[in-house]
Each structure stands twice: as structure tokens, then as C-alpha cells.
Design a protein around this ligand. Structure first.
Ligand SMILES: Cc1cc2nc3c(=O)[nH]c(=O)nc-3n(C[C@H](O)[C@H](O)[C@H](O)COP(=O)(O)O)c2cc1C
Length: 187
């Protein structure tokens, strides 16, 4: 059974480094070999701040952007959120994207790869995990923090994780696979 893993880039600002980190996650996830993988860039989706009149639980979406987002999340078996830390928090773009939907998230596991300065984005990861739990996602404890993220960007802008990050991501992928396999049976 092939499970679909969606890697979600949480930052949307011009010049962001989120896509570089996400490409590293994608490479490791492909090498892991057990998932069909999609990268989802919130900057491409251009979700407005909540503009649907009905509560997301109703799934009565009026707008094409919400229907598209619903299909993307609904067809996933698992997620990795690649998130920066803004003001010790997860970015508003990502919080908004999560709150736009509800049932599409349920009974699916998620890992978080966070990045930032010395904190490695861990404070953002913790609030994000709390929000994910509230929409019925199993947010794994195995977060992969990337401290001083710019030090891991080559001159070409390509992100290269060190051994600790690579091993952490492999451990996270193993856990995601276990949970995704189990949770699929109850959806
Ligand atoms: C609005 C804003 C707030 C930030 N707050 C934090 C922070 O609380 N902790 C931190 O480690 N870095 C913080 N930074 C620095 C980010 O880690 C750095 O800019 C990183 O590149 C952001 O990810 P992005 O390039 O994908 O947007 C902040 C950056 C911005 C733009």
C-alpha cells in the first residue's frame, strides 16, 4: 500500500528559504522509499484569510481555492509541515491554511520540520503541534529543528542537513509511516 505524503511549505513571503528546506525534506522522503510525495507550496495556493461563510466542518465551500485545498489535504495520508518561526509562533499563512479546513485533516499523522535562529523554530513547532491536535491530526513528537538555518544553505541556495538532522528526519519518516498505515484503517 503506497501512502501519500504531502510536504507543506508554511512560509509565503518573497525571498523565503522555506522551499530550500522543503526540497531537502523531499529528497530524504524519496530516498526513504515508502511514500508517494507531493510538495505543496502555500505561496502558489494563495489562500485568502478565511473567506468561506460556512464553518469548515460543513464542507460547503464556495470558492475554487478552498475546493482545491480541500482536495489536496483530503487526498493525503500524512503530512510534513516545513515551518519557520515568526515571533516565537508559526506563520499566519500556515495557521490560516490549517483553519480553512477541518475534516480533511482528521486521523492523519504529521511531522514538523522547523527552522530559525538558535531556537531551531521549536517554539513555532510546539504551537503548530497544538493546533494540529485540535483538528484531529496526530502531530508526532519527533520534530526536526534546524537551528541557524542559513548556515546550512550553500552558495546556490541549496539546503544541506547535517548528520543529526538527516537522522532525525529518517526517524520522523519511520514514525509517520507507522502512524499513517495504522490511521488509514480508521478513516
Ligand atoms: C516576521 C518575522 C519574524 C521572525 N521571528 C523569528 C523568531 O521568532 N525566531 C527565529 O528564530 N527567527 C525569526 N525570524 C527569522 C526567520 O527565522 C528567518 O527570516 C527565516 O528565513 C524565515 O523563514 P522564511 O525565509 O521561510 O520566511 C523572523 C523572521 C520574520 C520575517
Amino acid at each position: 500500500m503506497t501512502l501519500t505524503l504531502k510536504i507543506i511549505i508554511g512560509s509565503t513571503r518573497p525571498g523565503r528559504i522555506g522551499p530550500s528546506v522543503a526540497r531537502w525534506v523531499e529528497d530524504r522522503a524519496v530516498a526513504h522509499g515508502k511514500f508517494a510525495i507531493d510538495i505543496i507550496d502555500l505561496a502558489d495556493l494563495k489562500l485568502p484569510f478565511l473567506d468561506e461563510p460556512a464553518h469548515p466542518a460543513m464542507q460547503k465551500y464556495e470558492h475554487a481555492h478552498t475546493k482545491r485545498w480541500s482536495e489536496i489535504v483530503g487526498s493525503a495520508d500524512a503530512f510534513i509541515f516545513v515551518t519557520p518561526e515568526y515571533d516565537y509562533f508559526a506563520p499566519a499563512s500556515l495557521v490560516n491554511a490549517i483553519q480553512t479546513l477541518l475534516k480533511e485533516w482528521a486521523y492523519k499523522p504529521a511531522g514538523v520540520v522547523s527552522y530559525g535562529g538558535i531556537s531551531g523554530g521549536l517554539r513555532a513547532a510546539q504551537v503548530l503541534r497544538q493546533l494540529l491536535g485540535n483538528v484531529n491530526v496526530h502531530a508526532l513528537p519527533q520534530t526536526v529543528p534546524v537551528p541557524m538555518v542559513r548556515q546550512f544553505l550553500g552558495e546556490n541556495g541549496v539546503f544541506e542537513g547535517n548528520e543529526i538532522m538527516n537522522d532525525g528526519l529518517t526517524a520522523q519518516l519511520n514514525e509517520i509511516h507507522k502512524w499513517a498505515t495504522a490511521l488509514k484503517t480508521i478513516r
